[in-house]
Ligand binder design. Structure first.
Ligand SMILES: [Zn+2]
Length: 253
């Protein structure tokens, strides 16, 4: 299975056919001709470089066709969409259930997803230095089960990096990168969101009742509540009595 197979699945389609895709080599039904500029002619001294896996093949697969369309609407990871977009100008999170563009606003969400990734996914990150983020140069993760030490791959500008869930958790716990892949991820995504990192441990005092919402002690809070309202809601009274019966003393009898 290839990244383009997953991209096809994300669009409820499938790569199939007797031929191989010009770009990625996936199964291809010879429906869409490839869009690569013409090859060398007698006027070319050097052959132009191509990243196509099968440069001699004339057609592309369904996944590559979806990806290489121009002016499409792209949905983003944390909601929202943009019309008239070229997919290759975006970073991507792709699973069997969908394909989403990744903006900087989505980076916090990406940390969450990478902690508990699906069995099959592609993460194709792109910086402004990369003119086209090509689908046929992406790494597919396809596992039957994931362990903390399973090597998972992603790309930044087509450069392949690896991380494990254990290494990522360690970054979230200690704030320090645990591997070159996690460091690269952090450089791209920025620091992990505070919600995923453990805060300073709260000091708990034995036997002390919890403070009231406004910061007063529970006793002062409760006294104020009873004084302020002659018609105290029965429900609130019962609740308060359960929390701290001594605070209202004989008034409940
Ligand atoms: Zn293809």
């Amino acid at each position: 299975m290839l990244a383009s197979d997953l991209f096809a699945l994300a669009h409820q389609a499938q790569n199939s056919g007797p031929d191989r895709c010009h770009w990625c080599g996936a199964a291809c039904a010879r429906v869409w001709p490839h869009d690569e500029p013409p090859g060398p002619t007698v006027f070319h001294v050097r052959r132009p470089r191509t990243s196509a896996r099968f440069p001699g093949n004339s057609y592309i697969c369904t996944g590559c066709w979806y990806y290489r369309r121009q002016r499409v609407t792209i949905r983003f990871l944390t909601g929202g969409w943009q019309d008239i977009q070229t997919p290759a100008r975006h970073a991507w999170w792709i699973t069997s259930h969908g394909a989403w563009g990744v903006r900087s606003a989505d980076h916090a969400k990406l940390y969450e997803l990478l902690r508990k990734p699906p069995l099959r996914f592609v993460l194709a990150l792109r910086s402004d230095a990369c003119a086209r983020n090509e689908l046929h140069l992406q790494e597919l993760n396809d596992h039957e089960a994931l362990r903390a030490d399973t090597k998972l791959r992603f790309t930044i500008d087509h450069l392949v990096h690896e991380y494990t869930i254990h290494e990522l958790e360690s970054l979230l716990k200690t704030g320090a990168g645990a591997s070159p892949g996690v460091n690269a991820l952090q450089r791209y995504l920025g620091p992990p969101p505070a919600a995923l990192t453990p805060g300073p441990q709260e000091k708990k005092e034995r036997g002390r009742p919890p403070d009231a919402p406004d910061g007063k002690s529970t006793q002062a809070y409760l006294a104020g509540k009873i004084n302020a309202s002659g018609a105290l809601a029965a429900e609130a009274l019962v609740q308060d009595v359960q929390v701290l019966p001594s605070a209202i003393g004989g008034s409940s009898r």
